[in-house]
Design a protein around this ligand. Structure first.
Ligand SMILES: [Fe+2]
Length: 301
């Protein structure tokens, strides 16, 4: 069964582009790599993806597009058939991709109406190994969505895009992978919206240094620092100037496909915060979007 192989990028529309651009490019530690058709593209230093965040200006904050990588054009074609067979509404059939790195892609809506792209053959960028203590993203790590039918949506990601189930927390949060990383996607109940975008940093050390840099730049810590249970990754959450939730994470567990067994963790109050530090410092109040994304069922600009 064909499967996507990675989370490629998240494309966001924001009212204050200048502030968001400064945040991602200067404070958060991505690199601005291109500007084209009113969109600004950012890459991460430690990853070959040509871009991981795309920004454009818009009256409303919304999530334009989520991009997933496929291995080859053949896989893009096979995934297109699989997505079509799932009953999804197609935006565009496989063909030349938009954006500064070329490629071959198709677009569609997931069952909640989020616009998505599956893309292969983009021109990879040169990347480098980060220095010890360099508290900037290696790459994009995962996205978390809210869905009114989080179980149904998880099934859809398994059947349409080839995701595999990694773990559950209670009946409440489901973690899905498309490569050896424990999760590239997780889903929570709630109105259809983006909960957060996470970026991998090298270790817990860089996560803490990144947290301090956010503090020095007056970016408020919204939750953390701490270590999650499912995935065993560390976390600190912040809000961008336009209110997008972003996470520095490290040490995300790797999965051996042959031997992995799904754990259903009990949903205890400390389940998402092993160390208990998040509860002491910010309180156990993870960011939650309580209204539907403004971009649902809209063909991305
Ligand atoms: Fe996360």
């Amino acid at each position: 069964m064909p499967s996507v192989t990675d989370l490629h990028y998240v494309s966001l529309a924001v009212p204050d582009l200048a502030a968001e651009r400064r945040f991602f490019g200067e404070t958060w530690g991505l690199i601005e790599v291109a500007e084209q058709d009113g969109k600004v593209y950012f890459a991460a230093e430690g990853m070959p993806h040509p871009y991981v965040i795309v920004l454009r200006e818009n009256e409303e904050r919304m999530t334009d597009l989520i991009g997933f990588s496929a291995e080859s054009r053949e896989d893009v074609d096979a995934l297109f058939e699989q997505v079509k067979a799932s009953g999804s509404k197609i935006i565009s059939e496989p063909g030349p991709a938009d954006g500064p790195a070329g490629g071959y892609a198709f677009r569609f809506f997931d069952p909640d109406g989020r616009a998505m792209e599956v893309i292969s053959d983009t021109t990879p960028r040169e990347f480098r190994e980060l220095d010890k203590g360099e508290a900037i993203p290696i790459g994009i790590s995962h996205v978390v969505f809210h869905s009114p039918d989080h179980k149904g949506l998880a099934n859809w990601f398994e059947n349409a895009l080839g995701f595999r189930l990694s773990d559950w927390i209670g009946e409440f949060m489901v973690f899905l992978r498309c490569n050896k990383a424990h999760h590239r996607l997780a889903i929570l109940p709630g109105p259809p919206a983006l909960n957060h975008i996470a970026f991998d940093v090298s270790s817990v050390d860089e996560m803490m240094r990144g947290l301090a840099r956010m503090h020095r730049n007056d970016v408020e810590l919204s939750w953390g620092p701490g270590r999650h249970t499912a995935g065993n990754n560390t976390f600190s959450y912040f809000l961008t100037p336009n209110g997008n939730a972003v996470e520095y994470t490290s040490d995300l567990e790797e999965v051996d496909e042959e031997t992995w067994e799904v754990t259903h963790y009990e949903a205890t109050p400390d389940i998402t915060d092993q160390w208990g530090t998040g509860r002491i410092i910010t309180g156990n109040v993870p960011h939650a979007e309580m209204s539907p994304d403004k971009a649902l069922w809209q063909v991305p600009a």
